[in-house]
Design a binder for this molecule. Structure first.
Ligand code: NAI
Length: 335
């Protein structure tokens, strides 16, 4: 049986990975720690490692993995901004990912954030539990006939655009590679930013998308704009977002991702002092809703992630071609 070191395991990962790995004849070594240069040696004697979004797959980690005999990294996610693909190639390590597991899960989570903020149901929930049925401060916004700007019209962005059309919204779209013929109204990014009541981000994090929503971009937005980010935190300049929430320019923000999330997300840090004041202040605002990178977290998506990740490894070990392999030279996504 070939061994795989499975880093940063959470209880919800095991259900489907246990089933699919057994069928594929793989032995998973579950590790609760994240993958870093310091923990990489725990993969000794393993042919591969299975890693997630906040694992460190920089050059130093890959060097240690290679010394330990690891030949494959199977990412159980779509994004690969945390992997130095060129270093992996130099170390002779193959890298695989799960390019699409459930774009519906992510798009529906973006919708959940949007509807919650538009109708203040997060505030109603806490109020009515205290038998407070007052409606003061709960005046919402109807989404029908509003304009939503969808940035990135790949698998998730397309689903989200289609949901928004179902709500009767006008959809503006921006993408480096527009899908002409998909019925979307493509505009320039600066136009989308200026015209949209809601801006939802669905493009990857790359050097060119880093801080795409910059201080200047916030300046040209409509007053009261709603920002939704289920993509990657560093697409937004968080300090500029906070300043614009405080000034009232941003009407609401729904964030499933945060630029410095690696230090806190996926963990219970409720008993600890949180030093990130930007996050502290964002969390304290009534019109900011943060979820801890959970847009992917549906049973359907977890099943698909486990099935494809295990199949990627099975094929690699069997010497078969793996279509989900990433290669060096791809535009490096930023951490
Ligand atoms: P995709 O690859 O299908 O679509 C991305 C789209 O962004 C493509 O159409 C591409 O042309 C476009 N794009 C690339 N660079 C751009 C730029 N500079 N400006 C505008 N558009 C650009 O990816 P998919 O599956 O739709 O996922 C989108 C993002 O969602 C991923 O990159 C990932 O960061 C994030 N994600 C978040 C999850 C979560 O749990 N919060 C789960 C899965 C993905």
């Amino acid at each position: 049986m070939e061994r795989i070191a499975f880093y940063d395991v959470k209880p919800y990962d095991r259900r489907w990975f246990d089933i699919f790995s057994k069928d594929a004849g793989l032995e998973l070594r579950y590790l609760e720690c994240r993958l870093t240069p310091e923990t990489a040696a725990l993969a000794r004697d393993c042919v591969g490692v299975c890693a997630f979004v906040n694992d460190d797959l920089g050059a130093e980690t890959l060097r240690v993995l290679s010394e330990c005999g690891v030949r494959a990294v199977a990412l159980r996610c779509a994004g690969f901004n945390n992997v130095d693909l060129n270093a992996a190639q130099r170390a002779g390590i193959h890298v695989f990912r799960v390019p699409a597991y459930s774009p519906e899960s992510v798009a529906e989570h973006a919708l959940a954030l949007l509807l919650t903020l538009a109708r203040r149901t997060h505030r109603a929930f806490t109020r009515t539990r205290e038998r407070n049925f007052s409606l003061d401060g709960l005046v919402g916004m109807t989404l029908a006939d509003k304009t939503v700007g969808v940035v990135g019209t790949g698998k998730v962005g397309m689903k989200f655009a289609s949901i928004c059309r179902g709500l009767g919204m006008r959809v503006l779209a921006y993408d480096l590679e527009p899908r002409w013929g998909a019925g979307l109204e493509y505009v320039r990014l600066d136009e989308l930013i200026k015209l949209s009541h809601v801006i939802s981000l669905h493009c990857p994090l790359t050097p060119s998308t880093y801080h795409m929503l910059s201080r200047q971009a916030f300046h040209s937005m409509r007053p009261g704009v709603v920002i939704i980010n289920t993509s990657r935190g560093a697409l937004i300049d968080s300090e500029a977002l906070l300043d614009n929430v405080k000034s009232g320019k941003v009407g609401a923000a729904g964030l499933d991702v945060y630029e410095e999330e690696a230090d806190v997300f996926y963990e219970d840090v409720s008993g600890k002092i949180m030093r990130d004041d930007t996050l502290n202040l964002l969390l304290s605002q009534p019109n900011v809703l943060v979820t801890g990178h959970q847009a992917f977290l549906t049973d359907e998506a977890l099943r698909a992630i486990a099935e494809v990740t295990v199949e990627n490894l099975r094929r690699f070990i069997a010497g078969e071609a793996v279509e989900n392999e990433l290669r060096g030279g791809v535009e490096a996504q930023r951490a």
